[in-house]
Design a binder for this molecule. Structure first.
Ligand code: GLA
Length: 517
């Protein structure tokens, strides 16, 4: 019996490990999804007429043709009871034509259909008592995934909304729906939120193995700064503070999600609304509008339709801007683009106008002659290297910088191991397994073109899954090399890879060293 029990535990452990170590390769969200979500403006008060009006407004305003495609129906769309076979269905008085008909309507307009659900027993509105029932997907994952696919759903927002569960429980539970969606064969963007009324686990790991999009913070509100670090409700500045350090996680198919936008909902100045959009764009964030699209003022339309910023956001490299500098007031972020240009944001976090400056070399460009296009004014200027602007309080100036030679695609001198250091960090330890992160830093003055990290794991530790790198070996001394998308590390830049391993994480690996190849 003891042996049987031990064997059972082993199998259980292996299954758990497999679920956790699985990968997300669903081919969607190669660039950050763009669209609209019902929650910020309408909360629980939704119905099919409203959603259809919003779809019409996306088309008529020209937003669809700028790639705002996903129309996401948030909480409170469902019948508070499942049918006798346990199937979800639309709320019959709110969505009398049914969810499939709504999907068909959206698809006929060239739009895509998004829907909200939770991995626990109650949706957030049900948890807070604002809506009856307990229709979460817990125990119904495969059935619900099939139902969504049958309705033509293209995007699932899956919201933890419970104080219970460790981060490891969350990884396993979110992975269940990932796999259930994959099994339907329909490409569905998988967008998760591990933070609602829960410990803020969004920024604690790279969720790119589990989901296409993962919320980094508690819910956004239409305010610039609420003083929160990561608690309800979050202002724009607060969300930026959490999300900027997670830049290395972004790649095609996997993006940090700083929440739906508040543009056009009041509560902020025009400068702040513009900054909000510019920062979301350069952080490679999903651009999901949250305002009433039927009644947009010209200022809102101008912001949401800024094609320079949309192009920066939708760049095929899928990189999130890296922080170049931040003195508390002046923050500079730079995003490398597919054609060799670099987008740079000069963000004033202070209370009065100030000049913010950086240089072409600091953002990864070499050479002596550059062209700067201002993303808001379209004005073009030239520079021999200085990039600078007077920026109003809470404003963000964005330049698209062309010219020179990108120090990133061009191989730079190698054999400078002094330029590269690797720092190990234990992220989470659950006794029988742990999760860690290694930051690769380029301390040299030119970009690193390819990196390799060696480390020796303590006895009994075995790698279960590793992301943002390719490993040789799973125990003892292992070697981790860059993957194609994070091979280049700018001067003074960093990249991060992470892994989960079996064993006790209290013993840190030894000999953690980095070399350029
Ligand atoms: C949570 C989410 C929000 C929204 C609501 C719906 O708070 O974070 O984005 O989906 O639930 O109840």
């Amino acid at each position: 019996m003891g042996i049987l029990l031990a064997a059972g535990m082993l199998v259980g452990g292996l299954i758990a490990l497999e679920e956790q170590a699985g990968a997300l390769e669903n081919g969607v969200a190669r660039t950050p999804p763009m669209g609209w979500n019902s929650w910020n403006t309408f909360g629980c008060n939704i119905n099919e007429t409203l959603i259809k009006q919003m779809a019409d407004a996306i088309v008529n305003s020209g937003l669809r043709d700028l790639d705002y495609k996903y129309v996401v129906v948030d909480d409170c769309w469902f019948d508070p009871a499942r049918d006798s076979a346990g199937n979800l269905r639309g709320n019959p008085s709110r969505f009398p034509s049914g969810m499939k008909a709504l999907g068909d309507y959206l698809h006929a307009k060239g739009l895509k259909f998004g829907i909200y659900q939770v991995p626990v027993d109650k949706t957030c509105a049900q948890y807070f008592g604002g809506y009856p029932g307990a229709t979460g997907s817990q125990g119904h994952e495969v059935q619900d995934a099939k139902q969504f696919a049958a309705w033509g759903v293209d995007y699932l927002k899956y919201d933890w909304c419970s104080p219970s569960g460790t981060i490891d429980d969350q990884v396993r539970t979110f992975a269940k729906m990932r796999d259930a969606l994959a099994a339907t064969g329909r490409p569905i963007v998988y967008s998760i939120n591990p933070n609602s009324i829960h410990a803020k686990t969004g920024p604690q790991r790279n969720w790119g193995d589990v989901a296409n999009l993962w919320r980094t913070t508690e819910d956004i509100t239409n305010k610039w700064n609420t003083g929160q670090t990561n608690g309800y409700p979050m202002g724009i500045q607060n969300i930026v503070d959490v999300t900027v350090p997670l830049a290395s996680y972004a790649k095609p198919g996997a993006f940090n999600d700083p929440d739906m936008m508040e543009i056009g909902r009041g509560g902020m100045t025009d400068t702040e609304m513009r900054s909000h959009f510019a920062l979301w764009a350069i952080m490679a964030s999903p651009l999901i509008a949250g305002n009433d699209l039927r009644s947009m003022d010209p200022a809102t339309t101008t912001i949401l339709k800024n094609q320079n910023l949309i192009a920066i956001n939708q760049d095929p490299l899928g990189l999130q801007a890296r922080q170049v500098s931040n003195d508390g007031t002046r923050r500079v972020l730079a995003k490398k683009l597919g054609n060799g240009d670099v987008a740079v944001a000069l963000f004033n976090q202070g209370g009065s106008t100030t000049t913010i400056s950086t240089t072409a070399s600091a953002i990864g460009l070499a050479g002596g002659s550059f062209t700067l296009r201002d993303a808001w004014t379209n004005a073009v200027s030239t520079s021999t290297g200085t990039i600078s602007a007077a920026v109003p309080s809470h404003g963000t100036v964005v330049y698209r910088v062309s010219g020179g030679t990108s120090s990133s695609p061009t191989p730079t001198p190698t054999g400078r191991p002094d330029g590269c250091t690797a720092t190990y960090r234990l992220v989470n330890d659950w006794g029988t397994g742990f999760q860690s992160e290694v930051t690769v830093s380029n301390n040299g003055s030119t970009a690193i073109d390819g990196w390799t990290v060696k480390l020796t794991l303590a006895g009994g530790q075995t790698i279960a899954s590793l992301w943002n790198g390719v490993n040789t070996g799973t125990s003892g001394t292992i070697t981790v090399k860059n993957t194609a998308y994070n091979a280049t590390v700018a001067a003074n830049g960093t990249t991060t890879f992470g892994f989960t391993a079996n064993g006790n994480g209290s013993a840190a690996p030894t000999g953690v060293t980095c070399a350029t190849p």
